[in-house]
Design a protein. Structure first.
Length: 520
């Protein structure tokens, strides 16, 4: 790709709009498949007879998409973005087809990992392609829509999954990707410009191996620890130790590599370091706590799976509106730094409101809480990527974009695991306390079978005890999420403000020397 230093966009606006649409389709596919499976899992397990491997259907996708993002980003830097984004679409579609025809749980898990591998490339590729085509000052006009798509997918995934399972078959949650993916593929082949700036390179295989092993072990530890394995079991301890050792080895390797996957210079960049830390802590608080909202709706409010998904729509609206609005304001010259600060404060306020929920809380109040939380999320997420892309040299755009996404995903994984463990540990005592308050002893209620249908078979006083036990436990989780939200707010204060470049390719004086200083 070639352009004059003064250019703010590499392609005409009419062509750029088509590219943005194709990239949004790709990001939508990747984000949807992180959540669309949740409502179909009971049906999948019943069909393929693999209840003991249920969690792996989700973990396989999460693991592959998370650990592959730095690799996709770096290889795009080296060989050209178009090649790797198209490759990611193809890998994702092949994985979708194979998932749809899977005949057993083992095959489905393996194909989900393949699908996740492509999904990781779609997420980072869409953002990096935009960095190649549009200057940071203008990029906000479009990046806000990417944030909105990501937010919408958190709600649309479970809704669409439930609809397809009820109307067709669970296999269609994978087949539905094919027409959308094919459209995105054709549009990218036709519209994306070819790269003409490829560099001589040496593949950092040692970095690839240590990153894959280290991050995979940590994701598996946080995803399966306290769930499939006890936290202090040999498997959990082994995964934790392996993750730490290989992560340390990765950073040691990167310091000596000619073409590091995540260049050490990125961590000396104040914007990248701060944005990555904000993304990690925000992801920890946000993903870890909101995972329990559908559970609250279904158990405490007796909502159906589809209804519980619909109740998340106000949060989606908050994410979409604020993400798009922030993008437009930054493009008009507003400073980006205040938005993550305000966003983390609003997000923390939303989490505090959720901590007050009880079985008596009205649907209107919960919808308001949703809008507040979603608005905070929309103010934070996408602007972090834009600020990082603005602060690094063009040759590191892909690696920096991937790194920002990687740390956010890792934060979400850690948050889900920690809050999941908190829920599992506190629920039995909360149930015993609520049953005793109602004079019920020796109930023998299984803690892993609290579907709305199951609750209908229990006596009213027992159901009341269960409802209050779940409500009390989830409230406590949100109390802890407030603490993490406050940390996110404090960390957001460290984000430097760097003037948005009006050109695509920065000159040396457009990246301030102070920006290369360590955040410490």
């Amino acid at each position: 790709m070639s352009t004059s230093p003064e250019a703010t966009s590499l392609v005409p606006k009419s062509r750029l709009y088509g590219i943005v649409f194709a990239l949004m389709l790709g990001m939508l596919l990747a984000a949807l498949d992180g959540s669309i499976v949740s409502t179909a899992l009971p049906t999948i397990v019943g069909d393929l007879h693999g209840a003991n491997h249920l969690s792996w259907v989700v973990v396989a996708y999460l693991l592959a998409s998370t650990v592959s993002t730095p690799l996709w980003g770096k290889f795009g830097d080296l060989h050209g973005r178009k090649l790797y984004f198209i490759a990611a679409i193809i890998v994702f579609l092949v994985g979708s087809v194979l998932c749809g025809v899977a005949g057993n749980m083992t095959a489905l898990i393996l194909f989900r990992a393949l699908q996740g591998l492509g999904g990781g490339g779609l997420m980072v590729g869409a953002q990096a392609v935009m960095a190649d085509l549009v200057s940071p000052a203008e990029r906000g006009r479009y990046s806000g829509f990417f944030g909105g798509v990501w937010g919408a997918s958190t709600v649309l995934g479970p809704l669409l999954g439930g609809f397809l399972v009820d109307s067709l078959s669970w296999r269609w949650i994978f087949y539905v990707n094919l027409p959308l993916g094919a459209l995105a593929l054709v549009m990218c082949v036709i519209l994306l410009p070819h790269s003409t700036n490829r560099r001589e390179h040496v593949i950092d295989w040692a970095g690839v191996v240590t990153l894959l092993i280290g991050s995979s072990a940590l994701v598996l530890f946080t995803s399966l620890g306290g769930n499939s394995f006890a936290w202090l079991s040999p498997w959990s301890v082994g995964l934790a130790v392996t993750g730490v050792l290989f992560t340390v080895a990765f950073f040691a390797v990167e310091r000596r590599s000619a073409e590091p996957i995540l260049p050490p210079s990125l961590f000396r960049n104040r914007v990248f370091s701060s944005a990555s830390a904000i993304g990690f802590v925000t992801g920890f608080a946000m993903f870890g706590s909101t995972t329990f909202l559908p559970l609250f709706f279904q158990i405490v409010d007796h909502a159906s799976p589809t209804d519980s998904g619909l109740r998340l729509v106000p949060m989606m609206a908050g994410v979409f509106v604020c993400s798009v609005t922030v993008g437009q304001l930054v493009a008009k010259g507003w400073k980006y730094r205040p938005f993550p600060i305000a966003g983390t404060a609003i997000m923390t306020g939303g989490l505090a409101l959720f901590a007050t929920m009880t079985p008596a809380t009205s649907a209107t109040a919960v919808s308001l809480y949703m809008i507040i939380l979603g608005s905070g999320m929309g103010l934070v997420m996408q602007v972090l990527v834009t600020s990082v892309q603005n602060a690094v040299p063009m040759q590191d755009i892909g690696a920096a974009t991937a790194g920002a996404n990687f740390f956010r995903s890792m934060g979400g994984s850690f948050g889900t695991a920690v809050f999941g463990a908190l829920y599992s540990n506190e629920l039995p005592s909360a149930l015993a306390r609520n049953l005793a308050a109602r004079g019920i002893h020796g109930h023998g209620i299984p803690l892993d079978n609290w579907s709305p249908k199951f609750l209908l078979s229990l006596p009213t006083n027992v159901v009341d005890a269960i409802v209050h036990a779940v409500s009390d436990t989830i409230d406590h989780i949100f109390v802890w999420s407030i603490v993490v939200g406050v940390i996110a707010f404090v960390v957001s204060l460290t984000l430097p403000e760097v003037a948005m470049r009006r050109t695509i390719h920065p000159t040396a004086d457009e990246i301030p020397m102070s920006n290369a200083e360590s955040i410490l």
